[in-house]
Design a binder for this molecule. Structure first.
Ligand code: EPZ
Length: 430
């Protein structure tokens, strides 16, 4: 099981590049199920979840080529014949976003068998709203032996109001509605950029969608969709993570290949902390005096659906708040168990107390290196950020969590001066 060894103390300097968004690429790859034509996706991140999605599509009979490096991070997918429209448990259990194939499968083939995704470290992660929406569109859904089975002759348009805002729920049902008979009106939709990115790809495939990115989306179903080529958005969460890396280390870092419009709530909180940001069209220069100077100020964070402060940035921002001169509060409204990074940060000398959905961060104490354990994707990123500023050498265990959503993280950080290596590498060798 891989570990990271991180020696803190170096300010990050230079330019670091953001990869494509994992949470855009996953629904866009699933959307290829909706057509028998070839689909080409570019700017795909080289992360474990994408490999899992490739395996999932291939297991159903799709032709999937994934190429990186000279292949410009491109995937070519052709779901000509879906010989086995089943998302098997041994794949789904490693990635709950596999539920994103449910809507496309039933829309394309009239039948889908998808293993119920278990919960994960951050919460129960139910998909009841996906199911409710498909039933409203005429699917018959049964659950047995840990699998969902959905059947229909053809989905029909419906009026669907989401009881809760759900990102993959919006994406799953949006894909299904594209091939339904008639119009579907969705209300209380997720407005995340990943939904808008998916809608752009579906439109390029011939879908008729209005309102993506707002709370109300209207879809006119069509009888078939054709192939398309689509470039995936930059990953706003990776970008936000790197901005915090520059801030927490007191660096001068240019974070390149991002879309500042997707980071509004994070940028305003960083500026409230006293971090200097020069915002360009597709890059942001981040500078700070770091924790030593006492220049970093506390701020309160409350996670909300987009365009509010993203839950996927909560852990990373908390790491920064441990270095701010004063007391901050962090309230997590989206997931019921997303404070697992707190105990590990406290083992590094932070002073964080959790009471229900709110963590109180008493900043200002320097962090000490320690051996810590990664628990989920973004908590792991928070521990890397803390280790970059901690005094000494930290060991981070179970970094496979990070490999799910961060492409070559240690190489990218080493490229801007961080002392980080994956256990077993010769330190400093590039
Ligand atoms: C997506 O998960 C992201 N994953 C998550 O990113 C992200 O944290 C989350 O949206 C919130 O922004 C992908 O896009 C692959 P939700 P998703 O459905 O869609 C409840 C990462 O770090 N809910 O928006 O699963 C749910 O329990 C990952 O990259 C239901 O009750 O999240 C949660 O409390 C982690 N019933 C809330 O809604 C449902 O049917 C929001 O969940 C669906 C969701």
């Amino acid at each position: 099981m891989d570990k990271f060894v991180v020696r803190g103390g170096n300010p990050l300097l230079g330019t670091i590049k953001v990869s494509g968004a994992k949470n855009s690429a996953l629904p866009c790859m699933a959307a290829a199920i909706l057509t028998e034509d070839e689909v080409i996706l570019e700017n795909i991140p080289q992360v474990q979840d994408i490999e899992t999605e490739r395996k999932l599509l291939a297991s159903m009979g799709a032709e999937v080529e994934l190429g990186y490096g000279r292949a410009q991070h491109r995937t070519r997918i052709k779901c000509g014949v879906l010989s086995d429209p089943v998302a098997k448990y041994e794949i789904v259990k490693t990635m709950r976003a596999s539920s994103l194939v449910l809507g496309p499968l039933i829309a394309r083939t009239g039948i889908a068998r998808v293993a119920m995704p278990g919960g994960c470290a951050i919460g129960g992660r139910p998909i009841d709203l996906h199911i409710k929406g498909l039933e409203a569109m005429g699917a018959t859904i049964t659950q047995e032996h840990g699998y969902l089975e959905a059947r229909t002759d053809r989905l029909k348009g419906a009026h669907i109001v989401f009881d809760k805002i759900t990102v993959t729920g919006t994406e799953d049902l949006l894909m299904a509605a594209c091939l339904a008979d008639g119009e579907t009106l969705f209300e209380n939709c997720a407005r995340e950029p990943e939904v808008t990115d998916l809608a752009a790809m579906l439109t390029a495939m011939g879908a008729r969608i209005e309102g993506a990115g707002t709370g109300t989306i209207r879809v006119q179903g069509v009888t078939r969709l054709h192939g398309a080529r689509h470039k995936i958005n930059p990953d706003r969460i990776e970008a936000g993570t790197f901005l915090i890396a520059g801030a927490i280390t007191g660096g001068d870092l240019n974070v390149d290949c991002l879309n500042p419009q997707h980071l509004g709530s994070v940028l305003s909180k960083l500026e409230r902390c006293g971090v200097k940001l020069d915002i360009g069209k597709d890059h942001i220069r981040v500078r700070s005096e770091g924790s030593q100077s006492g220049h970093l100020k506390p701020v309160d964070i409350t996670t909300e659906e987009y365009p509010g402060f993203p839950t996927d940035m909560q852990a990373q921002f908390m790491a920064l708040l441990t270095q701010c001169d004063g007391t901050s509060s962090v309230t997590e409204n989206i997931f019921e168990n997303r404070f697992m990074h707190v105990s590990e940060l406290n083992r590094m000398g932070a002073n964080i107390a959790v009471n229900g959905r709110t963590a109180t961060v008493r900043g200002g104490a320097p962090l000490q290196s320690a051996a810590v354990m990664c628990s989920d994707l973004r908590a792991s990123a928070a521990l890397v950020l803390a280790a970059l500023v901690a005094d000494g050498e930290s060991i981070l265990d179970r970094v496979y969590h990070m490999d799910r959503g961060y492409e070559r993280l240690e190489e990218k950080l080493r490229g801007v001066g961080a002392q980080i290596r994956r256990m077993g590498e010769v330190f400093g060798k590039r």
